[in-house]
Design a protein around this ligand. Structure first.
Ligand SMILES: *[C@@H]1O[C@H](CO)[C@@H](O)[C@H](O)[C@H]1NC(C)=O
Ligand SMILES: *[C@@H]1O[C@H](CO)[C@@H](O)[C@H](O)[C@H]1NC(C)=O
Length: 484
């Protein structure tokens, strides 16, 4: 430590000396700047265009840096963006010889002291007329003034939502002088596109470029050209938010609708399922309608909703008709021949409908069971008829018949012991039995008719279920295909 101390103190002294000298230079610079400022602005007016020859044009170079997209209001067609606007021009009256001012080559002064070009955003959609911000300008010894100003611009932008949520938008930002024509102030874009290097990534929009074009418009009346620079902001919507929140739920719900045809008719839920699905879709449609402009161009997703809702309305209406067919019952007329051939013979095979209520048992076993029952039934009836045809000596059989027969027969039954009248009694009995058999047969036929109508309803249900499934599927593929 002690050995080093002379050296370190020396270093310290040197450092101090440098600091003092620097301060002196700076204070000298400050003095010069003060002097320069007083001299420059002695008889300077910021109201007049700073050119030596008034016939000469003043060139203003414009450069836009896009920092952020704050908002895109589709409904009101307004793009709010955060921009840095850099304008530079040469002021003929604000020049100096930098050697005379100790090499001072630039000063920074408030921008309201110097003349500023009145370049404005033509397609502004802001209601308040904001003044230009009084940021500093950099003034160079040769008269070049560079003015950087941040700005939050609200510009009108024609938003075409036909392909929402898979849309791209182009928003123009047109800058031009408000009062000077092209012979007085000419506006030039320094680069052929806006600067996007400082852009803060947006959650909703991807930027696909910001080309700049200079347009010169000459109006019919006057010979003066009016130049402007138009920056076209090319935006592509990031659609995953809308896919997950608006599209997928709708696709899933719409797949539920055809299943309404599969619901058993007796559950009584067939129609309410359709109506519920319809209501759910209406909610989604309202959500979309709220963010979209009320324009003629219906967005793609809106078209999808409308198509799906139409389909579900149709399916609900069809369900009601099929329910009617299902409940045709035994009083109805029989199933027409063509329907029997087309629906019961062919379509039932195509759609694998075997019988009413086959859902819960395997169709094969059910069929066998029914066949067996029918065979038993037939066999018994034939057997009974044979045994009853005048088995006159069978006393027990006779007694049984007496017990079961109706009243008219009972009166005769008193004389049943008398063998002479026996045959006539049997004839009456036979007649009654025939009547009962007919009744049963009719009843069975009616029941079969009801079952047949039920089967027709079921086949139609199945048919429409597949038709609507295919429709929902194709519509979903179409809308999701647009995303790619
Ligand atoms: C302005 O720019 C044009 C070219 O665009 C050039 O010909 C003209 O000399 C410039 N004027 C001045 C004063 O720099
Ligand atoms: C935007 O500006 C470009 C270039 O000037 C022009 O071609 C286009 O028509 C403009 N678009 C709208 C919507 O004004």
């Amino acid at each position: 430590m002690k050995r080093n101390s002379p050296f370190s103190s020396c270093l310290c002294l040197l450092w101090l000396l440098t600091a003092v000298m620097l301060q002196a230079v700076e204070s000298a610079k400050g003095k010069y700047a003060h002097m320069l400022f007083n001299e420059l602005f002695e008889d300077y007016s910021n109201a007049l265009r700073p050119v030596e020859d008034t016939d000469k044009v003043l060139n203003v170079t414009l450069q836009i840096t896009l920092s952020q997209i704050k908002d895109m209001d589709e409904r009101n067609q307004i793009l709010t963006a955060y921009l840095w606007i850099r304008q530079s021009w040469y002021d003929a009256y604000l020049t100096w010889d930098k050697d005379k001012y100790d090499g001072l080559d630039s000063i920074r002064i408030p921008s309201n002291l110097v003349w500023r070009p009145d370049i404005v955003l033509y397609n502004k959609a802001d209601d308040d007329s904001s003044e230009p911000v009084n940021t500093n300008v950099v003034l160079r010894y040769d008269g070049k003034i560079t003015w950087d100003a941040p700005a939050i611009t609200k510009s009108s932008c024609v938003v075409d939502v036909s392909y929402f949520p898979f849309d791209s938008q182009q928003c123009n930002l047109t800058f031009g002088s408000w009062t000077y024509n092209g012979n007085q102030v000419d506006i030039i874009n320094s680069l052929d596109s806006g600067d996007l290097s400082d852009f803060i990534e947006d959650v909703e929009w991807e930027i696909h470029g910001m080309p700049a074009v200079k347009n010169v418009i000459t109006y019919g009346c006057c010979s003066e050209p009016y130049p402007d620079v138009t920056f076209t902001l090319i935006l592509k919507r990031k659609s995953s938010f809308y896919i997950f929140n608006l599209l997928l739920p709708c696709v899933l719900i719409s797949f539920l609708a055809p299943l309404g045809f599969y619901l058993p008719a007796d559950s009584g839920e067939k129609v309410s399922l359709g109506v519920t699905v319809l209501l759910a879709l209406t909610v989604f449609q309202l959500m979309v309608a709220e963010i979209m402009p009320p324009s003629e161009n219906v967005p793609l997703i809106g078209k999808y909703y409308i198509a799906t809702m139409t389909m579900i309305t149709a399916s609900t209406a069809l369900t009601i008709i099929i329910m009617n067919i299902h409940h045709c019952g035994s009083e109805a007329r029989p199933v027409p021949q063509w329907a029997r051939v087309v629906i019961l013979d062919y379509m039932s095979k195509i759609f694998f409908v075997y019988d009413v209520g086959e859902n819960c048992t395997s169709p094969q076993r059910k069929k066998e069971q029914e066949h067996k029952l029918e065979r038993d039934d037939n066999g018994q009836r034939r057997h009974k008829e044979e045994s009853h045809l005048c088995s006159r000596n069978d006393d027990t059989d006779l007694k049984k018949l007496n017990g079961n027969s109706n009243k008219s027969c009972e009166i005769h039954g008193e004389n049943a012991r008398v063998p002479v009248n026996c045959c006539s009694c049997y004839k009456i009995l036979l007649k009654n039995i025939e009547y009962i058999a007919n009744c049963v047969r009719d009843h069975k036929a009616n029941k079969a008719k009801g079952i047949e109508w039920k089967k027709v309803a079921k086949v139609m249900d199945r048919f429409f279920m597949w038709i609507f499934f295919i429709m929902v599927f194709f519509m979903s593929v179409l809308i999701i295909g647009k995303a790619a």
